[in-house]
Design a protein around this ligand. Structure first.
Ligand code: AGP
Length: 609
């Protein structure tokens, strides 16, 4: 939702903060700011716009004598994008940056106003600063003041804090929003995620819920919820600065689409033993799978769509009843949990607040939880009973591609593991399924990416339209939902996914001459039915792109364009279709001149509910 960063050490802080913020921009980019500790106290520079706007201000009025600072890039929640609402926010001797939402900020604002505080912005963050300053004025010790202040707040937060009378010190605390500490040769850092700190260090520590951090130029200490002071244990990240850069591609999204074959191999290989699915390295034994009688998949956005596709594969292959739920709805009409229910939460970032809340709800109900997460050691990964990482590497583009792709590949492997553990498929079939995901899927994606010119031409046919429809049946209806989201979130074209058989019950009235309809047909058994739905729209003037198997009979009969998919295996067909719809969305957005990696109004990790 927002990105925060801080530094204290023996070097100039300002360029470190601005460099880190430029990496964190994918978390939110409608306003930006820095609070720099100088000989004159704490100077704040902030504005609406992206990091470039802040750098212009700093070039005009350089801050040089500063070795301690905090910075923030914002995705607006309370109060629109503006100079005044940009972070950092100050109250008395406190200056802070915030990622999250203070849900009771209105009550606190009334309380503080009654005490004489005056507020300049519309934000909950300025209120949090006032509350902390209030407590600091009473107690005079930062740790106790922070504890008392957060006890008065409800909601989610990660705070980076400077105190006017504590030069060189950076304080931090988190609850519900991520915060990483890092140790450099030049001092100590904090950030919302590690990608921002890769240019400076690889040694990091994930701050736990409720823990305080106290950084000075030469030390870092943690203060636990019961007041104990401990020294952080530092881990070394496998990420490199290059892995967080574009690597020659015009956009992170395209780089990440091309990284999918390798990402599948990296995610699947560690879960194969003797050619069979094996999750023992993840702490999950075969008899764990044998006990699974029912699966609830809970996630948001594309992760939900991965769950929809994966859920059908789990039912088809493992014959386990599987239902998918939107995380933000899950708690409000919780499904009945029969014996043997496993709740699987899926999250690329591992920090999505809606998914985290659903995970906590499931745990409260005593249900076993398994998280499929890409970002290592994130809150969702740490709080689930079990976790399976998708080793896709850092995903920077807001629109997920390799994150989604590897989630589906892991769900394929889980389906094979359950089916084999329960004796529902023989060893040879389990090995074939594993092989198809490990070998056929990456090849199929590579082959589809070689058709980019044709896909770019088709993108030219749809990019001027206001409305586009995806249709499919069964697994293809599930796939259509991700295809539709990809197109709308980066090209801003209104796009809907419909069950192909459902069109004639109403939606077909929207079809007029030239309306683009993209039909996905990967399942041979459903081709004839889907083809007849395609004919229904084609005969009414729709411009049809048919994405179908290469063994389909006469696909050109009712389509303007056909994209053929390999039929070497189900996995090959499915992942080729995925690559096709991702590239179609990407090329359409390029033709429309959209900001591919940072679409308007969106953020990579939505850490508020
Ligand atoms: C997908 O392209 C979107 N960026 C969004 O729907 C995303 O999938 C959703 O917010 C869930 O994020 P997560 O996987 O990090 O939990």
């Amino acid at each position: 939702m927002c990105g925060i960063i801080g530094y204290t050490g023996n070097e100039n802080a300002v360029p470190k903060i601005t460099k880190g913020l430029s990496v964190l921009e994918y978390r939110g980019y409608d306003s930006v700011g820095i609070a720099a500790r100088t000989g004159n106290g704490i100077e704040t520079v902030k504005c609406r716009g992206r990091i470039g706007a802040l750098e212009e201000k700093l070039e005009a009025n350089p801050i040089t004598d500063c070795s301690c600072a905090i910075g923030h890039t914002r995705w607006a929640t309370h109060g629109g994008p503006s100079d005044i609402n940009a972070h950092p926010h100050r109250a008395g001797r406190v200056v802070l940056v915030h990622n999250g939402i203070i849900e009771n900020y209105k009550e606190l604002k009334s309380e503080m106003s009654a005490k004489g505080d005056r507020f300049l912005s519309e934000t909950d963050t300025e209120v949090a600063a006032a509350v902390l300053n209030d407590e600091y004025g009473k107690l005079g010790t930062p740790a106790e003041a922070i504890r008392k202040a957060i006890a008065r707040m409800t909601g989610s937060y990660a705070f980076g804090i400077l105190f006017e009378d504590l030069p060189g010190e950076v304080w931090a605390v988190r609850c519900g929003s991520p915060l990483i500490l890092a140790k450099g040769t030049d001092g100590y850092y904090l950030a919302s995620d590690m990608t921002a700190l890769l240019p400076f260090t690889k040694e990091y520590h994930c701050l736990e819920e409720g823990q305080l951090a106290h950084l000075t130029p030469n030390s870092a200490e943690l203060i636990t919820a019961d007041g104990e002071t401990v020294t952080p244990t530092w881990s070394v990240t496998a990420m490199t600065p290059e892995s967080a850069q574009k690597g020659g591609y015009p956009h992170f999204m395209l780089k990440e689409i091309y990284e999918q074959p390798e990402a599948i191999v990296k995610s699947v290989s560690p879960r194969i033993k003797g050619g069979l699915p094996d999750f023992s390295a993840d702490g999950i034994s075969p008899d764990f799978w044998a006990k699974v009688k029912n699966i609830q998949i809970v996630a948001c956005g594309s992760a939900t769509h991965a769950g929809l596709v994966g859920g059908r594969i789990l039912e088809q292959v493992a014959q386990v009843p599987t239902s998918s739920y939107i995380a933000s709805e899950y708690r409000y009409h919780p499904p009945l949990a029969v014996d043997g229910t496993l709740v699987v939460v899926i999250s690329q970032s591992g920090e999505t607040a809606d998914t985290l809340a659903a995970l906590r709800y499931a745990k409260q109900k005593g249900l076993p939880t398994l998280a499929i997460v890409n970002a290592v050691e994130t809150t969702i990964a740490r709080e689930a009973d079990y976790r399976i990482y998708t080793y896709a590497g850092p995903e920077i583009a807001v629109a997920t591609t390799k994150g989604y792709c590897t989630q589906v590949s892991v769900l394929y492997m889980i389906a094979a593991a359950i089916a084999h553990s329960c004796g529902r498929i023989c060893e040879a079939d389990a090995k074939e399924l594993v092989r198809s995901v490990l070998e056929d899927a990456p090849v199929a994606i590579h082959q589809m990416l070689e058709q980019t010119d044709a896909l770019r031409r088709m993108a030219g046919d749809i990019c001027h339209h206001e409305h586009v429809f995806y249709i499919g049946r069964g697994l293809d209806y599930a796939m259509s939902q991700e295809a539709s989201l990809k197109l709308k979130e980066i090209s801003y074209i209104h796009c809907e996914a419909y069950a192909a058989g459902e069109l004639k019950h109403g939606t077909i009235s929207l079809i007029e001459e030239g309306t683009p309809v993209i039909a996905i047909s990967t399942e041979a058994a459903l081709y004839d039915k889907t083809e007849s739905n395609v004919r229904e729209v084609y005969s009414r003037g729709a411009r049809v792109i048919l994405i179908c198997r290469d063994d389909a009979k006469n696909p050109q009969a009712s389509a303007d364009d056909v994209i053929l998919l390999p039929t070497t295996s189900g996995a090959a067909t499915l992942f080729a279709a995925l690559a096709a719809v991702q590239v179609l969305a990407y090329e359409t957005a390029v033709l429309r001149g959209c900001d591919i990696d940072r679409p308007r109004n969106l953020a990579k990790s939505v850490t508020v509910e």
